[in-house]
Ligand binder design. Structure first.
Ligand code: DGJ
Length: 732
């Protein structure tokens, strides 16, 4: 059993292939987090081996054990009000006006498999034997509150999946103010807080800072996980690298306001918490009702960041992403956005498509501007009707012509939004999020639809479905281009207005669930001004995501490197665009743009008609090569061999499960004269196998590639290589 309760020691022991997570029941009352790390077989008498000190002056004596106090114990699900003055996981107000909760142990249940989380995205099992779940019941006897802590362990993944559900089993309503999904600890502070910081077109740059006594946190208050901080945190030894050192990962499967924090107390114990951001959150829980908080996926790697990421990649690729496209080869696409922006007509799109088809592109995507009177970004969102001036035969006519050319057709939508200049807004001014009597702040000239309302959700589902049913559409790019202000709903009662941020996220999840279920043969790609809501929650609905609006190959080294901390290559949309690049005006070679995009969901975002004949030949060769390697890019193991954040070049490697196919992408950032060579040692190969590099025919043994490696000179700015190795034989 991967999870067992040891009555003799009063502990729950959760074991993954390489890790152990141990929770003790202290004095029959409190759940304590005792250990998370390398796999161990037992944890004897935990009161003699507590990882924390006894209490001293100024700490409150605990009612169950005078030597200890809640203020220093590593409580598995801490509350406020009985001696623990650190940030709690749970905080609520009760009918009697008090705001103190005291949760004590009340029992457990253990079962095979994993249940879905009501209304929320979550990792899942295909067969019950894949995982075991432990549910621990905690109770506040005075208020009649029941909290269930859920832990799932998959047989094949070094991950612990945690979530929390609360039931009001008392006599009165309860106002939840804070309900985090996970609390865990490290028992010294010699760690770094590692997170992914960004902005529009600069998503997920890796930042590291040492833990200090006090609280460090990242969050979002934008009702979207956002470009600015990802709902991911790693707590890592300062000496941890890609291949060695302790790294703990915490990834929240949620797309709205979140909080991730590390609080180091006076004993240098760090409490790490994650969940829905308590800022701007409230939930009125009526008698008998339940509230489900999202799940957090914890990983521990003794072998650095690389192993942590590979755990996330495989778990998310195979047991978070869903649907027909989860394991399928995805088409090479061409998107007209950077080619035409709003200035296109049917002939222009067909022109782009014809040449793209002849180069080997499989899917033509029509981006923003095809509906209403949208020739600029200040109108028509919400009016999902084709613009007949641009597309005389509508989407149906265009899609059929694209299919006749021999390509699939894809379409852009931004269904969560409404423009003030739209028929939808004129008909339903109260459908947007707003506060009566207060000016509405716009962003990109648009407002956000109130997805807490059933009528609004139904409208979106119908509007999108009508278009998808009207034409042979194989792909949807689902965009979302602003954050939410003036949080208020015309429909929600006063006492539930502060529930809007979380209800909005539940609303978008419901809409996506309905549409993706109704159109299982449509490939959905998420987008939010690039990678603004590229989080684990969204992967449940979209198997791929537009990583960033920055398409410059060098900027993409940083963005794709940071994104790969959690997200697998199979999810990362990456396109070749024109030069000078539209975001940074940099000119890089077509080869380098192709190489950097080839290690994601490959596509083009330019008008191929503007390229020379030689360049078209290069495009054909890139597409041909990509089709040969896409399986290993999507399903293989990724190794980050050199980081753009730490040096002047980047190298990423992808190795098939069988270790018989290997792709290496190396890119120089700034060239230097007379500098040393970069030694790039490959990883994860069969040391005894011989690999042939398919372009040069040169052969290497796996041990040579892993221990000696390849040398790169870095003497040309932005120069890059994409090398493919195939195993030809194994000699023992
Ligand atoms: C933002 C997206 O990230 C872009 O790719 C493009 O679709 C525009 N929106 C269209 O408005």
């Amino acid at each position: 059993m991967a999870i067992r309760y040891e009555e003799e020691h009063r502990i729950f022991h959760l074991q993954t292939p390489k890790t152990s997570y141990i929770i003790g029941i202290m004095e029959g009352r409190y759940l304590l987090h005792l250990y998370y790390g390398k796999k161990i077989q037992s944890y004897p008498d935990f009161m003699r081996h507590l990882p924390i000190r006894k209490g001293r002056s100024w700490e409150c004596e605990d009612v169950s054990h005078p030597d200890y106090c809640l203020g220093t114990l590593s409580t598995e699900y801490p509350c406020y009000g009985s001696g623990d003055f650190r940030s709690p996981a749970f905080h609520a107000e009760y009918e009697d006006g008090s705001a103190v909760t005291c949760l004590t142990y009340a029992g457990y249940e253990l079962y095979r498999g994993k249940k879905p989380l009501k209304g929320l995205p979550a990792t899942y099992v295909e067969k019950a034997q894949e995982a075991e779940t432990l549910e621990i019941l905690l109770r506040d006897e005075l208020q009649g509150l029941e909290v269930v802590l859920s832990y799932t362990v998959f047989a094949d993944f070094d991950a612990i999946i945690k979530s929390v559900r609360v039931k009001n089993a008392g006599k009165h309503s309860v106002r939840i103010k804070r309900i985090l999904s996970s609390t865990a600890y490290v028992f010294d502070k010699d760690f770094e807080f590692v997170h992914l910081e960004g902005a529009w077109a600069r998503e997920r740059h890796i930042q590291k800072m040492p833990l200090i006594n006090g609280t460090m946190s990242i969050d979002s208050k934008r009702v979207s996980s956002s470009h600015y901080h990802s709902p991911f945190l790693a707590i890592a030894r300062p000496s941890a690298t890609e291949t060695q050192g302790d790294v703990y990962g915490y990834s929240l499967v949620y797309s709205g306001n979140f909080l991730a924090e590390a609080e180091v107390d006076s004993k240098d114990v760090a409490r790490i918490q994650m969940g829905i951001n308590p800022f701007g959150f409230q939930w009125l829980l009526e008698k008998g009702e339940e509230f489900q908080a999202p799940e957090v996926v914890l990983t521990y790697s003794a072998n650095g960041f690389g192993e942590m990421s590979r755990t996330y990649h495989k778990l998310y690729r195979t047991r978070l992403c869903r649907g027909n496209f989860r394991d399928a080869e995805r088409p090479v696409l061409i998107n007209n956005w950077e080619a035409t922006y709003f200035q296109f007509n049917e002939e222009k799109i067909l022109d782009i498509a014809r040449l793209a088809k002849s180069a080997g592109v499989e899917l033509m995507v029509l981006d923003d501007g095809w509906f209403g009177k949208r020739n600029i970004d200040n109108c028509s969102l919400g009016d999902w009707f084709p613009n007949r001036e641009k597309l005389p035969e509508g989407i149906t006519g265009l899609a059929n012509k694209i299919v006749d050319i021999g390509m699939q057709f894809g379409l852009w939508f931004e269904p969560e939004m409404v423009s003030e200049d739209s028929d939808l807004f004129r008909a339903h001014p109260d459908w947007c999020i707003h506060i009566k009597g207060r000016e509405k702040t716009t962003s990109r000239n648009q407002l956000v639809l109130d997805l807490t309302r059933q009528d609004v959700r139904d409208y979106i589902v119908k509007a999108v479905s009508d278009i998808l049913e009207s034409a042979p559409i194989s792909y949807v790019k689902w965009d979302m281009n602003r954050n939410i202000t003036e949080i208020g709903s015309a429909k929600l009662p006063t006492e539930r207005q502060q529930e809007l941020p979380h209800r909005y996220i539940l609303g978008i999840y419901e809409v996506l669930e309905r549409i993706t279920t109704a159109f299982p043969n449509v490939l959905f790609e998420g987008c939010s001004g690039g990678g603004g809501r590229f989080d684990a929650g969204m992967l449940y609905y979209y198997p791929q995501y537009w990583t960033s609006d920055d398409t410059d190959a060098i900027e993409r080294l940083y963005i794709q490197h940071g994104t790969s901390m959690v997200m697998p290559a199979s999810t990362m949309g990456a396109h070749v665009s024109a030069v000078p690049n539209h975001q940074v005006k940099r000119t890089t070679s077509l080869k380098t743009r192709g190489n950097v995009a080839s290690v994601g969901q490959f596509g083009y975002e330019l008008d191929l008609n503007t390229l020379s004949e030689d360049e078209i030949q290069t495009v054909k060769a890139q597409i041909q090569r990509y089709k040969e390697i896409r399986e290993v890019i999507h399903q293989g193991q990724m190794y980050r061999l050199r980081s753009p954040f730490e040096g002047n070049d980047t190298a990423w490697e992808y190795v098939s499960e069988q270790k018989d196919e290997v792709v290496l992408m190396h890119c120089t950032i700034q060239a230097g004269v007379q500098r040393g060579l970069s030694q790039v040692k490959l990883e994860g190969l069969d040391p005894e196998a011989t690999y042939r590099e398919i372009d040069t025919g040169e052969t290497y043994r796996g041990d040579f590639l892993m221990h000696v490696g390849l040398y790169f000179s870095n003497d040309r700015d932005y120069e890059s290589q994409l090398m493919v190795f195939r195993k030809i034989k194994t000699v023992k």
